[in-house]
Ligand binder design. Structure first.
Ligand code: SF4
Length: 319
């Protein structure tokens, strides 16, 4: 078993929602919650153990609609004493649930919990009773972002409902183009040291599929998210390992490029498995080593640069 550190873990706990906001970055809601089996696969996997999460994003849809999954997830990370630096959840505030709040209270001393609702022209107003209850939590943030519709429309990410209702804007168009370019079929390993692997971003959708964060903005609708999620959680470990090994080995191949004929395929296969050899051969045959390296090494920096831009779009968005 190896340890896995995740910088940003995005968990789509549900696709249900009790609103249908015009600006929503998702398409129409779907009756899907993340199952307890998938949560177990993530946190009780026999092959890897998540010990540290810098920021855990619990996302929807409307997370408070999926009480069972939400509670199961919180109980799991509390019981396993997973180190979570920050937990962020956006809710539309139409449902207040004391059981969920109690679990967030348990996390609070060690984790910077942030629970947000929004007061803007798109969401329904929160009832005074719910507002009063939410306001008792020291980690509750009530964001008043009633800017003019014109200003707001400039900044929202035009995907999902927003794309349908407002059309594409230049910033989103530019952004999506870039992410098409940086599309990669790997969950990215940023470093590996002995038995510790680290990944910058992991996105788990409500079906329990895994993708790198780069995928989720390509369109933003639910179906696109599914389309770009290639792995089930249990497969993720193999890809992480494969990628880490590939990264080291491709570097070796590139360094000894004059000796490609001497590669011992059988030995490689014994050591790294058939899939690795196939990947390597494809890269060599198609002379894609440079591209391969680009996928593994440069995508991180480039995606981080792009992410900064996107955050400014995304942060103005809602749930
Ligand atoms: S923006 Fe939030 S509240 Fe509105 S439809 Fe989307 S997920 Fe639901």
């Amino acid at each position: 078993m190896f340890k896995l550190d995740v910088n940003n873990l995005y968990i789509e706990i549900t696709r249900r929602c009790n609103q249908a906001c015009l600006h929503c970055m998702r398409g129409p809601g779907q009756n899907i919650d993340l199952s307890s089996e998938n949560i177990d696969q993530l946190f009780n996997n026999e092959k890897f153990k998540i010990e540290n999460i810098d920021t855990l994003f619990i996302m929807g849809g409307e997370p408070f609609l999926a009480k069972e999954s939400f509670v199961y997830l919180l109980q799991k990370v509390i019981k396993q004493d997973i180190k979570i630096n920050c937990l962020i959840c956006h809710t539309n505030g139409l449902i207040y649930d004391q059981d969920i709040i109690d679990l967030l209270n348990i996390l609070k001393p060690k984790t910077d919990v942030q629970l947000y609702t929004f007061h803007d022209q798109f969401h329904q107003n929160i009832s005074p009773l719910n507002l009063a209850q939410f306001q008792k939590s020291p980690y509750y943030y009530y964001e008043d972002i009633k800017r003019s519709l014109k200003d707001k429309k400039k900044t929202i990410l035009r995907t999902g409902n927003a794309l349908k209702n407002f059309g594409m804007n230049e910033a989103t168009h530019e952004y999506l183009q870039k992410f098409y370019m940086y599309n990669s079929s790997y969950v990215k390993v940023d470093y590996e040291h002995d038995d510790i692997f680290s990944t910058e971003n992991l996105w788990i959708n409500a079906y329990g599929q895994v993708a790198s964060i780069n995928y989720r903005y390509v369109d933003g609708s639910w179906s696109q998210i599914d389309h770009f999620c290639h792995f089930k959680i249990k497969q993720m470990v193999n890809h992480l390992k494969l990628q880490a090994i590939t990264k080291n080995y491709i570097q070796y191949v590139v360094d000894s490029v004059n000796n490609l004929d001497q590669l011992d395929e059988e030995k490689l296969q014994q050591e790294y498995g058939l899939l690795f050899v196939q990947e390597l051969k494809n890269a060599l045959i198609n002379e894609e080593i440079e591209e391969f390296r680009f996928n593994i090494d440069d995508i991180y920096l480039k995606s981080m640069q792009e992410k900064l831009k996107v955050r400014s779009l995304y942060d103005t968005h809602s749930c």
